[in-house]
Design a protein around this ligand. Structure first.
Ligand SMILES: [Cu+2]
Length: 140
C-alpha cells in the first residue's frame, strides 16, 4: 500500500511538472530570433512532434530570405508545417519527414502569422488543437 501511494504521488508530480513545462512553451519562452548569416540568409531549424513545434515562436526580419530546415521526430504519426500569409508572400505547406528538408521564402510584410500542423486523424482532435502550432513573427 505504501509503495502504491508513493507511486501515485510520483505520478502526480511528474504530471504537474510536465504541465508546467508545456505551459512555459506555449507562452513562447522557447522563441528563436533568427540572425542573418554572412550570405544574407536567415536560417531556422524546426522540429515537429507530438504535439509541438520547436521552436514554437520564430522571429525573422522582413525582406531578408529565410531558409527553414524542417523535420519531425521519429514515430508513425505524420506531421506537416503550414504557414498561410499571402499578404507577406509566404505560402508554406510541407509534409515533415524524419530527414531534414529545406525550403526558402522571402517575408515581404511585418506581422505575426500562425504556423501549424494541418494533420488530423478522423474523429480525433487536430494536431493544431492538441498544441502543434506556433507563431512566425516578421519584424521590420
Ligand atoms: Cu502533426
Amino acid at each position: 500500500m505504501r509503495a502504491f501511494l508513493t507511486f501515485v504521488i510520483y505520478c502526480w508530480c511528474a504530471l504537474f511538472f510536465s504541465a508546467v513545462a508545456a505551459g512555459a512553451e506555449k507562452n513562447g519562452r522557447d522563441a528563436y530570433i533568427a540572425s542573418v548569416d554572412s550570405d544574407g540568409v536567415q536560417r531556422v531549424r524546426i522540429v515537429g512532434g507530438e504535439y509541438f513545434f520547436k521552436p514554437s515562436r520564430i522571429v525573422v526580419k522582413v525582406n531578408v530570405p529565410v531558409e527553414f530546415s524542417v523535420s519531425r521526430e521519429a514515430g508513425i504519426v505524420p506531421h506537416s508545417l503550414v504557414i498561410e500569409a499571402p499578404q507577406a508572400g509566404i505560402a508554406v505547406d510541407e509534409d515533415l519527414s524524419t530527414e531534414v528538408r529545406k525550403f526558402t521564402f522571402n517575408p515581404t510584410a511585418p506581422g505575426t502569422y500562425p504556423m501549424y500542423c494541418k494533420n488530423k486523424l478522423l474523429f480525433f482532435k487536430s494536431h493544431r488543437e492538441r498544441g502543434m502550432e506556433g507563431i512566425l513573427e516578421v519584424v521590420p
